[in-house]
Design a binder for this molecule. Structure first.
Ligand code: ZN
Length: 408
């Protein structure tokens, strides 16, 4: 898609010069041939670059009439790139370190004042991947880095995206975090793994001080064969994950049960579609909070999704309770039966045990009677009941906040 709006005017201007005034090949004079201009979008704003380009005019030189551009240009952006390297780095970090989606990254960049199209975010994420791949393939750089730390601690692990697929074996150095070898194998016999370890050993400029793995027997045998006498430790993460498995299973079950109680946010949102008053906005906010809580996954072994969901729902619940108290409302009686009807809705509030609703779609007090408020309020109330009834089945005993009912 072509750009529909004009690119904003640059806020900064920089003049870049080649470091040398003589030809880097023959040492002869390099004359100023022309000036090149480009605008780069960076995180600090748009920068207009004016580059002085030189050329060697010695006919016998290998670089005869070749453009000699300022060295600093590469620090700003990739060749022909519209966005600075800092923008690419941020996109990569958001995409791959924080697992944000492209629309989310797009919004984050717009919030920082970077004018960018969503499609460009996808392209920048691809550029980032290419730059990382290039960096990983830089064997000379890696060898120098490993030589400086004088030893490596290898971690070996296999990742299988799906059952029946190839296993991606990754061997990395725990000290530098560098991936030393990554290869897909259909089988993972001791011989296959030994071949991988041997390849790494031969490429390494330093000694292996230790090996960490999940302790599968083919890995153990292969490590013993290739690195005799080198300590081999069970990975703490794998150890912890195995130990926490029963807790994780129980937590997953609890989460499933908890989720059943808070279904029905959509009818509430639908009932509020036509409204944009402050109350509808607030209720929509609560609906979003419930949605957010439902999609928030835990990270085993230590991040328990069920407990987190429980905490978040409790926080939403408490918030609704506080709103009720602030508005000075009296609690509605517990409606344990399905007999709640329109008449019930109209009845003035009475004292009694409080019932809870995580969504409380109708926590509002109509200024006029329900009949004049029209069908919207009724639809809203009905949706609230349908939703909150399920919730109350498990929560009614300790629920503290009430669904506010209008006074007639
Ligand atoms: Zn020359």
């Amino acid at each position: 898609m072509v750009r529909r709006t004009r690119r904003p005017a640059p806020t900064q201007e920089r003049h870049l010069e080649p470091c040398q005034t003589r030809c880097p090949h023959c040492g002869g004079p390099a004359h100023v041939a022309y000036h090149s201009r480009r605008t780069v979008t960076t995180l600090t704003g748009l920068c207009r670059l004016t580059l002085r380009v030189r050329r060697c005019l010695t006919p016998t030189c290998a670089a005869y009439r070749q453009a000699y551009r300022p060295e600093e240009e590469g620090r700003w952006a990739l060749p022909h790139g519209e966005f600075g390297l800092d923008v690419i780095a941020l996109v990569g970090a958001l995409r791959f370190a924080e697992h944000r989606s492209v629309p989310e990254i797009h919004r984050a960049l717009l919030a920082r004042g970077v004018q960018i199209a969503e499609r460009s975010v996808t392209e920048l994420a691809q550029r980032y991947e290419e730059l990382v791949a290039l960096r990983l393939a830089d064997a000379a750089h890696l060898r120098a880095e490993l030589a400086a730390q004088r030893r490596v601690i290898l971690a070996i692990d296999g990742l299988q995206p799906d059952r029946g697929h190839e296993v991606l074996w990754v061997i990395r150095d725990c000290l530098s975090g560098a991936v030393l070898l990554a290869r897909s194998l259909l089988s993972a016999t001791q011989g296959d793994l030994a071949a991988l370890l041997r390849e790494v050993r031969e490429a390494l400029p330093v000694a292996v001080a230790g090996v960490i793995s999940d302790g599968q027997s083919p890995i153990q045998t292969a490590v013993r064969a290739i690195f005799p006498g080198v300590p081999h430790q069970l990975c703490q993460f794998h150890y912890l994950r195995e130990a926490a498995k029963p807790i994780f299973e129980a937590d997953r079950h609890a989460k499933k049960e908890l989720k059943k109680q808070v279904r029905g946010v959509r009818p509430l949102e639908r009932a509020l579609e036509a409204r944009d008053d402050a109350e509808a906005v607030a209720v929509r906010g609560y609906c979003l909070a419930v949605r957010g809580a439902l999609t928030d996954d835990g990270r085993p072994p230590l991040g328990t999704g069920g407990l987190r969901l429980h905490d978040r729902l409790q926080a939403i619940h408490a918030s609704i309770g506080r709103v009720e108290v602030e508005r000075g409302g009296s609690p509605s009686p517990s409606r344990t039966s399905r007999a709640s009807s329109r008449a019930d809705w109209r009845r003035p509030p009475t004292s009694g045990p409080r019932s809870g609703s995580p969504t409380a779609g109708c926590g509002r007090r109509p200024t006029s009677s329900p009949t004049t408020r029209g069908a919207t309020a009724w639809r809203c109330a009905r949706a609230t009941r349908t939703c909150s009834r399920r919730w109350r089945r498990s929560r009614s005993r300790r629920a503290t906040c009430a669904v506010r009912r209008p006074t007639s």
